[in-house]
Design a protein around this ligand. Structure first.
Ligand code: ADP
Ligand code: MG
Length: 696
């Protein structure tokens, strides 16, 4: 039997491989680069490239690629072979340091939102030495950042790395104030839980909507939905079990720490959670996980759906971003401590997050905005579109006592003095009972639950890291110049709680009463992508990102355009797919079935004029009127699409898609779904929800 420990990471150029294959001096320089983000000199790069190539060739690789994450949200690669001509018509395998650290690529087919001038179509990719290279399908993949020639970010990794630098800078200042002299760097850590659906490949292929858009645009609810809740944590079916086993093995070879897998709430829905890692590695690994999930599914005659809402009326898929901060000495900064001083430090970091989430709730909302996720947020299955934080009752009470100078706890009728008293011990399992909060404290980390399943985790972590960096910066500015550190700290924490406690909500986030309450608290409720996106380029947010050198203003405007463009494009494809399915499949099938009913009525009448034709007549009547509605729906949708051609402004266009196109799509769908309930199964032109969800 293969032991997991023997093959885990066998396709990764990891620390152990580096240590074995690199000259100690080269190894140490590389390690320093990885820890402190220094740039590699060419001789070191050459030595690393050569060792990497030998290793890859031994494992059967023939090509290499700079593996990057353009704004399309998926990964991109361009393969080059290692071969180089040698004497006598032979070849040798070569790979230089220059090829390792920097690649040139034609950037013109990737979205740039106007950043890439037309005369300069080249972009370049640069090795992110903090993320290990790996071999996938015989190709050595080098995780890289992707920039324009002017150095502007064209990808999702670059800003994430910049945000990690920003939070490192500010967290280090705060840690110094608490006397942590041995700490030299702080990183954020993430564990991204990934939800997905599996459907049968043959069934999938018969649905144009799934093939073109990844979600069903038509489909009546089956008699059995998820109301029985038999699926959650239920027994995993053998076919799915085999898939999961294969998936784990593929991920483990790539060094992805896939840890738990279980069924989710909806039928055919599952989840995979990895063990957490440094944020940029977690982001790379989540991209790999999504890719491998889809690849392995094909082998098992499945299709893996990563769309946020593949089925209406059935829970959609999300991604939970578990986030924390940790020092290079291995201390989790969100773990409440044992001593008064550790607790003071914990409370300050906690306050920085409370402040960050409150002040930048709009950016957090933007970071999860997409056409797909719009179908999910606020639909009583996922967190609402309102950002709030769950801290649990104990921690909330502690903060209240600090804020109001009230005694805490039954025993010690003493005031909580920060830096003097310790926090009570919170049993960990009392902290994670609220599954409806968008941003929940779970004992030693926060779980951000608004992400859609298809999203890159880079966006939300870029926002989170930068917003917390800003809060920490303000704290450090104030505390560094304080005359009495302890007093200043106490006052700062009290003040922060007072100013930002409105963001804390421990109740049921799915409850409509909460939306009213949130409004009273003046929290933002940005329901859709077009509602949310304009916040991204608000002045306060431009100031945040430019001050921390995470985005330039131009990069922000370009991202704004790219995101809205993608929203419009996706919605347009969906609308066109609906029109095609309605005209070519649904309406003709319905017409055909209507003829059957009409013929039956005529036939019956010819046998005997008084034969009862109630069913046929009423069905035909209802079908005819719904057919007319569906056809009118198609026409209205076509008109709404025609209008889009007259709108140049991307913001206005996105609003048109939301208010007109999506609304017309819903009207058409309602008529078609009602028809599905009346037309004979033999005539319905595509697999139903029942076929898709329960036939695995
Ligand atoms: P559950 O949420 O099922 O109780 P855990 O709390 O153990 O499970 O973890 C959920 C996810 O959070 C996992 O992906 C885990 O690796 C991740 N996680 C745990 N600790 C941290 C941390 N300090 N930073 C980031 N992610 C973490
Ligand atoms: Mg969880």
């Amino acid at each position: 039997m293969k032991l997991v420990s023997d093959y885990f990471g066998c396709m990764v150029f990891n620390d152990e491989v580096m240590k074995n294959r690199l000259d100690p001096e080269v190894y140490n320089t590389l390690k320093r680069t990885m820890e402190h983000g220094r740039s590699l000199n060419l001789s070191v790069a050459n030595a690393v490239a050569s060792a990497m190539k030998d290793w890859a060739v031994e494992l059967g690789a023939t090509h290499y690629t700079h593996w990057f994450q353009p704004m399309t949200g998926i990964t991109a690669e361009k393969h080059d072979s290692f071969i180089s001509p040698d004497e006598g018509g032979k070849v040798i395998m070569e790979f230089s340091g220059k090829e390792l650290v920097r690649g040139e690529t034609d950037a013109s087919s990737f979205p740039s939102g106007g950043l890439r001038a037309t005369f300069e179509a080249r972009g370049y990719t640069a090795w992110d030495a903090t993320s290990y290279a790996f071999i996938k399908d015989g190709v050595l993949c080098i995780p890289t950042a992707f920039c324009s020639y002017g150095g502007e970010a064209l990808d999702k990794k670059t800003p994430l790395l910049r945000s990690m630098e920003a939070i490192n800078r500010q967290a280090m200042r705060v840690l110094k104030l608490f006397g942590n002299e041995e700490v030299t760097s702080v990183k954020t850590t993430v564990g991204a839980e990934q939800e997905y659906f599996l459907v049968d490949k043959q069934t999938f292929k018969q649905r144009k909507d799934l093939v073109y858009t990844g979600r069903t645009l038509f489909g009546a609810k089956p008699p059995k939905g998820q109301e029985v809740e038999g699926h959650y944590y239920g027994v995993i079916k053998p076919r799915v079990q085999a898939y999961m086993k294969d998936l784990d093995e593929e991920l483990w070879k790539l060094g992805v720490l896939a840890k738990t897998e279980h069924n989710e709430a909806a039928p055919s829905q599952h989840e995979l959670a990895p063990i957490f890692a440094s944020t940029n590695i977690a982001a790379d690994h989540n991209q790999l996980t999504m890719e491998i999930m889809q690849k392995v599914a094909k082998k098992h005659d499945f299709v893996c759906l990563l769309h946020e809402k593949p089925f209406e009326g059935v829970n959609g898929s999300g991604k939970h971003n578990n986030w924390s901060m940790s020092t290079n000495t291995g201390v989790n900064l969100l773990e409440p401590g044992d001593t008064p001083s550790e607790n003071a430090q914990f409370l300050l970091f906690l306050c920085s997050i409370i402040k960050a989430v409150d002040e930048y709730q709009d950016l957090l909302r933007v970071s999860v905005a997409s056409a797909g996720n719009d179908h999910r947020l606020g639909a009583h299955e996922a967190p609402p579109a309102v950002v709030s934080m769950f801290l649990g009752s104990e921690l909330t009470e502690v903060l209240e006592c600090i804020e109001k100078d009230l005694p805490y706890g039954a025993k010690e009728k003493e005031l909580m003095r920060i830096g003097v008293h310790t926090l009570p011990k919170f049993p960990k399992d009392t902290t994670d009972r609220n599954r409806t909060s968008p941003f929940a404290f779970t004992g030693n980390k926060f779980e951000f639950r608004m992400l859609g399943s298809a999203a890159s985790i880079s966006d939300c972590n870029t926002v989170l890291n930068t917003a917390v960096a800003e809060a920490l910066k303000q704290f450090a500015d104030e505390l560094e110049t304080a005359e009495n550190f302890e007093t200043a700290l106490h006052e700062l924490i009290k003040r922060t709680i007072t100013a930002h406690k409105r963001i804390i909500f421990n109740g049921n986030g799915y409850d409509d009463a909460w939306l009213k309450e949130a409004e009273a608290r003046e929290l933002l409720n940005l329901r859709s992508t077009p509602d949310a996106m304009p916040s991204f380029i608000k002045e306060k947010n431009i100031r945040l990102f430019t001050e921390h050198k995470v985005f330039t203003e131009r990069e922000m405007h370009s991202r704004y355009e790219i995101l809205l463009e993608s929203y419009c494009k996706l919605t347009n494809i969906e609308a066109l797919t609906m029109v095609e399915m309605a005209k070519k499949e649904i309406l003709p099938a319905v017409s055909e079935y209507s003829q059957v009913l009409a013929d039956t009525i005529l036939a019956k009448k010819s046998v005997c004029k008084t034969l009862d034709c109630t069913y046929e007549t009423e069905a035909l009547n209802e079908i005819s009127s719904l057919t007319a509605k569906a056809y009118a729906g198609v026409k209205a949708l076509e008109t709404a699409l025609e209008e889009t051609k007259k709108i140049d402004d991307i913001t206005a266009l996105s609003v048109w898609y939301k208010d007109e196109v999506l609304v017309k799509m819903a009207t058409l769908r309602a008529a078609a779904d009602a028809l599905e309930g009346l037309v004979s199964a033999d005539y319905w032109p595509m697999p139903t929800y029942g076929d898709l969800l329960f036939e695995i």
